[in-house]
Design a protein around this ligand. Structure first.
Ligand code: BG6
Length: 487
């Protein structure tokens, strides 16, 4: 079944850092897919802005190479590629130098279309670029700004960044991307919770024993050692992606699926998080080398590093709905498999009517799989078919979205496709508001501070394992266990 595509109006999108990794790997392919699908009109303009000495022609060649590399061959069609390339323009600018900016203003001049500026650059440049845009008269009253993490490295720096952006852009025009919010399954979590009457009555401390949120990656930190070692799993993943997943799982039903209502509810969750005392309930780890691959410290280029490539923690949402229901969060690199999921583990049946020989009825688990194979599994206990009396066994009700929708696996749109189109449509629902980012830092700050000042280094774990032993203990001591990390 072909998806219904609602075209947006032609737009002018300026991408700063247009020769960088994110632009090549994600943004240009996302724009290509949306244009090919007929959603982004071909007469839109995508203006690359970067320090490199390129012109329109050479930027188009770079973009063509990026599409060939990052769009699956079966999705590349000549006409659509030509359309995207024809929409591209290039302006050379440097945040530190006023020289190129009048050219950008000239390129944009006269257009009354939606105008968006995507800052795919290091956050140190955010403020300066905004100021240059304003000084060069590139901004219309409705111009939109798109930024992405790291949005500060603690509450103080996040607040000062927010203030600096706010001096030029009204909050209703600022789009802070957390690409996890653009993932199909994450949006599906909201559909599941708020478009079905089935789950909501059970979605609380009375019926839910605990929630597990896992974002496991198989890759190490690769060539990002310098960035990663300054941030670690807590700043790179926990403060943003995992807390956002927690918010969507724990929040109250918003009055409407619209930006203010959704973001207000997420904010309430962040503000309800019980402060964590030092490193109690926080486990950190670093991956070991294998026979053929370097370990974390070597990848980071820092033999004395205490930065974590894995973190697991127990969070509590102190409100009426969730009182006493822990949320266990874990994320790490070089783990057994690439697997991300939210698992809602329900309480056991209050009383068993079956004899002991029937076996144990494990608790029901609703697992919302982000990757791989986005989908939902509900595990139920059933009678083992056939003779032999009442023997109980677990059986999953499994729905892979692509299969359920009749699409081929891997056909789900990338998060950036959705998010870039939302920017153009002017829909902030799936973007983080200033106060949300600050509330997330306010909760993480003491944990990060305790980790950074701890004398105990992170535990070392085997590459391609489930993480440090201590992380297992975090659950065991509560009489619970992590779900397996498996693809
Ligand atoms: C990014 C992190 O935000 O998310 C990376 O900086 C991480 O370290 C990535 O690998 C994971 O995203 P995804 O979409 O591959 O799960």
């Amino acid at each position: 079944m072909a998806a219904r595509v609602v075209p947006v109006e032609p737009f002018d999108l300026t991408v700063f850092g247009a020769t960088g990794d994110l632009a090549k790997r994600k943004l240009l392919p996302a724009l290509y897919h949306r244009m090919r699908a007929g959603q982004a009109p071909a007469d839109s303009r995508i203006i690359g802005a970067a320090r490199s000495d390129l012109n329109q022609e050479s930027f188009r060649r770079m973009a063509e190479a990026a599409l060939k590399e990052f769009v699956p061959a079966g999705d590349l069609d000549q006409r659509a590629v030509a359309n995207l390339l024809a929409a591209l323009d290039y302006v050379q600018v440097d945040a530190a130098d006023p020289a190129g900016w009048p050219n950008l203003a000239k390129t944009l001049d006269g257009s009354t279309r939606v105008r968006a500026f995507y800052l795919s650059v290091a956050p140190d440049f955010f403020g300066q670029i905004c100021e240059r845009l304003q000084a060069a008269d590139c901004l219309t009253p409705e111009a939109r700004l798109v930024v992405e993490k790291p949005l500060g490295r603690d509450l103080d720096s996040a607040q000062s960044l927010n203030r600096r952006l706010a001096s030029i852009f009204d909050e209703r025009h600022v789009y802070r991307i957390d690409h996890y919010l653009g993932k199909e399954t994450v949006q599906n979590l909201m559909a599941l919770r708020f478009a079905n009457a089935l789950f909501e009555p059970l979605w609380n401390a009375r019926h839910v024993d605990h929630v597990q949120i896992t974002v496991a990656e198989q890759v190490g930190i690769g060539g990002r050692g310098a960035y990663y070692d300054q941030n670690g799993a807590m700043r790179d993943m926990m403060q943003n992606h995992l807390l956002q997943l927690l918010c969507l799982t724990a929040m109250e039903p918003p009055a409407a699926f619209e930006p203010k209502a959704v973001r207000d509810e997420k904010l309430k969750v962040l503000r309800s998080l019980k402060p964590i005392d030092g490193l109690t309930s926080v486990i950190r780890g670093q991956y070991r080398p294998t026979a053929t691959e370097a370990g974390y410290k070597e990848d980071a280029g820092n033999p004395d590093s205490h930065t974590e490539s894995f973190v697991a923690l127990k969070a509590e949402v102190a409100n009426w709905r969730w009182n006493g229901t822990p949320f266990y969060l874990r994320t790490g690199k070089r783990l057994r498999a690439r697997m991300s999921e939210i698992a809602v583990v329900f309480k056991e049946a209050p009383h068993s009517i079956f004899p002991a020989e029937s076996g144990w009825a494990p608790p029901n688990v609703l697992a919302i799989r982000l990757q791989p194979d986005e989908g939902i599994t509900l595990s139920l206990t059933i009678k083992d078919p056939g003779p032999g009396g009442m023997r109980l066994r677990e059986a999953p009700m499994d729905m892979t979205f692509a299969a359920a929708m009749g699409a081929k696996a891997g056909a789900m749109p990338d998060a950036y496709e959705r998010l870039v189109m939302d920017v153009i449509r002017g829909d902030q629902t799936l973007f983080m508001r200033d106060d949300e980012v600050e509330a997330a830092w306010a909760w993480m700050d003491p944990v990060i501070h305790a980790a950074e000042t701890a004398s105990k280094p992170p535990a070392v774990y085997d590459s391609y394992s489930s993480g440090p032993e201590d992380a297992l203990m975090l659950m065991h001591q509560d009489g619970r266990r992590w779900r397996d990390i498996e693809a």
